[in-house]
Design a protein around this ligand. Structure first.
Ligand code: ATP
Length: 224
């Protein structure tokens, strides 16, 4: 008998990954992630905190705190989870390496979706081994309904060859690009850090559990 949460033998899993610094994670990330997970009928959308060079971490906010906040945020949220593999290394990972590592843990038919904002997608040609990304995953580009979608020249051919209009029916484990249209909430981690540094509340901008963690560890506050 198949246990709950264990896919039946042969069932194709649909796994998404959303990378970010999550410094801290906020309702913009979480609503967006949940909407993508539900719209795409994903089994799991993993929030994947990126490592940063140590000197670029805000002094009091260690990578482990960013990770702990994401873990608090998704606890008991079905479909959302955390993937800490990039923080287990001592330097930033290339996305291609992360995808290879995740892909090695999935079945050959399982579908892997890399979720990227339009800006990140436009920067793809600068990524290490970017032309191999689609061997391991599909790419879902998050775009605002009112946005202008003129891609850079380097991506025109790729889009012509690989894009599909319906993201929910992409065939196979990897290889296609599609767009998911959604209106992001007007929240950023920068705004949250600024509010905290100036002694203001970030209540309702982050989940209560994240707020409790920030308060308990006195994160992002200006030094006295
Ligand atoms: P910062 O203000 O520090 O630059 P951020 O709030 O943009 O941070 P990131 O951790 O850099 O957060 O973002 C991770 C991912 O979440 C990126 O793909 C980014 O485009 C997306 N994202 C950020 N803010 C929002 C939002 N309000 N709604 C939807 N997606 C968002």
């Amino acid at each position: 008998m198949t246990q709950a949460n264990t896919p039946a033998r042969g069932a194709v899993r649909r796994v998404g990954i959303l990378g970010g610094t999550f410094d801290p994670v906020h309702i913009g990330h979480l609503r967006s992630a949940l909407e993508v997970a539900e719209f795409m009928a994903l089994d799991e959308l993993r929030l994947l905190p990126n490592a940063r060079p140590p000197h670029r971490d805000t002094p009091q906010v260690a990578a482990q705190d960013r990770l702990a906040m994401v873990e608090c945020a998704v606890e008991e949220v079905s479909r959302l989870s955390v993937d800490a593999r990039e923080l287990a290394r001592d330097k930033p990972s290339y996305t291609i390496d992360t995808l290879e590592s995740i892909r090695a843990e999935l079945g050959p038919d399982d579908q892997l979706f890399l979720v990227l904002g339009w800006d990140a997608f436009c920067g793809l040609p600068g990524w290490h081994r970017w032309e191999e990304l689609l061997q391991h995953c599909h790419i879902l580009v998050l775009q605002r309904p009112d946005a202008d979608v003129e891609p850079p020249d380097a991506l025109r051919n790729l889009l012509a060859a690989r894009s599909e209009s319906d993201p929910t029916t992409l065939p196979g484990p990897a290889g296609h690009i599609s767009f998911v249209w959604q209106t992001p909430l007007a929240v950023s981690a920068t705004q949250i850090r600024q509010l905290l540094a100036s002694g203001k509340s970030v209540r309702f901008l982050v989940p209560d559990a994240v707020l409790a963690y920030i308060d308990a560890h006195a994160l992002y506050r200006a030094p006295n």
